[in-house]
Design a protein around this ligand. Structure first.
Ligand code: GLT
Ligand code: MN
Ligand code: MN
Length: 391
């Protein structure tokens, strides 16, 4: 094998994970039926091991059918654990489906019907039990149905209060059971609801400090979801990181202004994906790199493997490209050039009266400032050259 081949080979230390629902996606959409046959969770585990993934994530009902008996549940978990052990896969994250069953048509934690809200809590606690049994330490909450088609149905601040109450309750359960979970809240602007309450990463970053146990709760940003909202994914991720809240990440891709596509990571937005990988590597993010995507509807299961390998390969290619970018002498020189300032400029740090007096008294030569170069065109073209492989 060539050295390059090695570089792009997924290894456990890269922490690449896939949900059972991602490679297990059968290609049904609102207009057309399944195109691939069902494969069992155990088969998925072996498939993921074959393509070189490190972890497998799941919703409660991806593994245990919603109507399973206690005995059935036990057997399913035993077989799944055995497959994970044999194949060396770990379960880093678990989550709960609060969107598939029709009972959640008006939401789960935010539904108007108190009974639905209580059921959603019970279902989530049971999903937490399941995840803990499999060794998961991250619990994702994606409120896909927590939204509206019409705001006639409730005041949106009431929905926020209900959501807070639910997350607080689940944090207490986590403490009580000593599960040691970190909760990662996942935002999305719309789909399946016309509008979902917690639309973006930023909404959740505002919500988390209002919780009883804010340290236990962070975010699970998804590339496609921020793209759907027309936002710069990297900026949201960076803000979450800076706040110590990047507990998990969902990598995929999405064309702007479309329905929820969940495309292979890096398949559409090459440059944004590159900046993202560079950021995660530069800051030394240590969490899982989870691919929340699925193969094109045109694929069979060989194609699904190609899809999964492609997600990981693109990540690793961009990781190498970001090293090249960081080591590029011309790029580094340009970066240095853009951050010079004249000697003697006051440096506002922490406020002090003396420091503020110096700043107020200083004369700024704006003409001189304007003469300094900001060669971002060249910098960006160098980035494009690197990504295009001509540098
Ligand atoms: C669903 C959704 C994803 C979430 C999953 C976790 S389920 O596929 O589209 O974005 O991360 O609930
Ligand atoms: Mn997701
Ligand atoms: Mn999605």
């Amino acid at each position: 094998m060539t050295r390059q081949g090695d570089l792009y080979e997924p290894k456990p230390e890269h922490k690449f994970s896939f949900g059972l629902w991602t490679v297990g996606n059968r290609g049904r959409d609102p207009f057309g039926d399944f195109v691939r046959s069902a494969i069992s969770p155990v088969e998925i585990v072996y498939m993921l091991a074959e393509v070189g993934a490190w972890g497998v994530n799941l919703h409660d009902n991806d593994l245990v059918p919603i109507d399973a008996t206690c005995a059935e549940r036990g057997g399913i978990i035993r077989n799944f654990k055995k497959a994970c052990k044999e194949s060396g896969l770990v379960v880093p994250m678990a989550t709960v489906s609060l969107f598939f069953h029709p009972v959640f048509r008006d939401g789960a934690f935010t539904a108007n019907d108190h009974e639905v809200r209580a059921y959603a809590l019970q279902k989530t606690m049971r999903a937490m039990d399941l995840g803990a049994e499999l060794g998961a330490k991250i619990f994702v909450l994606w409120g896909g149905r927590e939204g509206v088609e019409t705001d006639a149905c409730r005041r949106p601040d009431e929905a926020v209060k209900r959501l807070r109450q639910a997350v607080n309750y689940l944090c207490e359960y986590n403490i009580d059971k000593k599960y040691g979970y970190k909760f990662a809240l996942e935002a999305k602007p719309n789909e399946p609801r016309a509008d979902i309450y917690m639309a973006t990463i930023g909404h959740y970053l505002g919500f988390i400090p209002t919780l009883d146990h804010p340290d236990m709760v962070g975010v699970n940003p998804e590339f496609a979801h921020e793209q759907m909202a027309g936002l710069n994914f990297l900026h949201g991720v960076a803000q979450a990181w800076e706040a110590g809240k990047l507990f998990h990440i969902d990598l995929n891709d999405q064309m702007p202004g479309r329905y929820d596509q969940d495309l292979r990571f890096g398949s559409v937005s090459l440059k944004s994906a590159f900046w993202l990988v560079k950021f995660l590597e530069d800051v030394k993010y240590e969490g899982p790199r989870h691919f929340d995507a699925h193969a094109y509807r045109t694929e069979d299961y060989e194609g699904v493997k190609q899809f999964a390998r492609g997600c990981m390969r693109t990540y690793l290619v961009f990781r190498e490209k970001s090293r090249q970018w960081n080591a590029d002498k011309e790029i580094q020189a340009l970066l240095k050039e853009t951050s010079v300032s004249a000697n003697g400029t006051p440096k506002p740090g922490r406020y002090s009266r003396r420091q503020a007096a110096d700043l107020l008294a200083h004369h700024f030569d704006t003409d001189a400032i304007l003469k300094r170069k900001l060669p971002y065109e060249r910098l960006d073209q160098l980035t494009v050259d690197i990504l295009a492989g001509v540098r």
